[in-house]
Design a protein around this ligand. Sequence first.
Ligand code: GLU
Length: 475
Amino acid sequence: MTVKTRFAPSPTGYLHVGGARTALYSWLFAKSQGGEFVLRIEDTDLERNSQEAVDAILEGMQWLGLEWNEGPYFQTQRFDRYNEMVDKLLAEDKAYKCYASKELLDEVRAEQEANKEMPRYDADHPKIKAVNEAAKEGDPCVIRFRNPKSGSVVFDDQIRGRIEISNSQMDDLIIRRTDGSPTYNFCVVVDDWDMGITHVIRGEDHINNTPRQINIYEALGAPVPTFAHCAMILGDDGAKLSKRHGAVSVMQYRDMGYLPVALNNYLVRLGWSHGDQEIFSQEEMINLFSLNAISKSASAFNTDKLLWLNNHYIKTSEPEYVAEHLQWHLDQKGINKDNGPAITEVIKLVGERCNTLVELADQIAYFYQDFDAFDADAAKKHLRGVAKEPLELALAKAEALTEWTTENLHQVIADVCAELEIGMGKIGMPLRVAVTGGGQSPSVDAVMQLIGKERVVARIKMALAFIAEREANAQ
Ligand code: GLU
């Protein structure tokens, strides 16, 4: 049997990290079993759902690279099918019409509470029975599922182990409302059945729905899938992860400069482990993933670890991959990568110094954009009178180079030091400030090589003009 999993978000907002982790686990499990992954949008709550939220979910899934084999399906397009199944249960007397008004249900509930009984819908309550017997065809009614009265539902949760719930704890669930719309627990079952879902991996907030849903599968004569309920994600203070802990939307992580591989690696470890391994390539994740290695207990979000992973992936990923994701940030900052050296070469040189793509974009601007001022602190410290002679000599030697290579530029700096009998710092730092505009960069010879001769020459001249002006002002 082909394994088939699904991710079934309700489009009430953006794709948040909890949902993304559930999606990732479902996707990984399908991949690990050579199976298929379905995306289904559970959009029956017309008041809370929106097209923007659907778009945001699709965007988040695509950004994470969680491609679906089927879908997206939309529940709102399947009402005929749900109604067909409600009618089937009605015809088989596995569901029935209930005409009890809200007032009557409230009254029965109050009575149960007064008698210290568990408040629940009770089809055998004399008042409800009387209403249902007296009703005429066409009176407004809901359809209720006839939940078994005795016995219990047992299932073997792949994460939490054996779970048993007595049927006496469950009442007859409404499966179609008075307005004719089918309800959530019913739609999910029909969908999972129709879509051939073999494994339902979802948040533990759904665990109470599972026994009810299992009874519905059985009533429909549908095979019951295997279930796995994932524990919650907590913030670093131990409370349920929410907006006040910072970013919770997947796309916010894109905006903050994370690579999708880093977020996926982070999310997979947030509740799943393989020994003490922290870094997993996508292929390793797929090969090693298993449901029973998912933790039963909640996991706490740790931003430092995510940053560390992001740095790892910026450093070690193919520069083409980093470039693909850096592009969005370059666009945000108006940096045109065609106006300078090959972006992949710049990434190779600067990437390892950065924890995020936002930092990377900031740190590489000088390769692509000319500046009209030096960083004030760096200039104050390094573009002083003493730097004039070394910079002039470096300029002359650089201009004379016929081959603009890192080795030759390294030699230029070494020759300046030797000829003027000065230490490396006396030329290295002024040169760095001159060509990058600031005091921080990778090795200055490699930086100059990538920036290119024309720009380097112009920038050293600009630094010399700055020094001259500063000297003039000082007199
Ligand atoms: N639509 C549900 C939610 O967003 C998920 C239902 C399920 O996975 O069974 O929480």
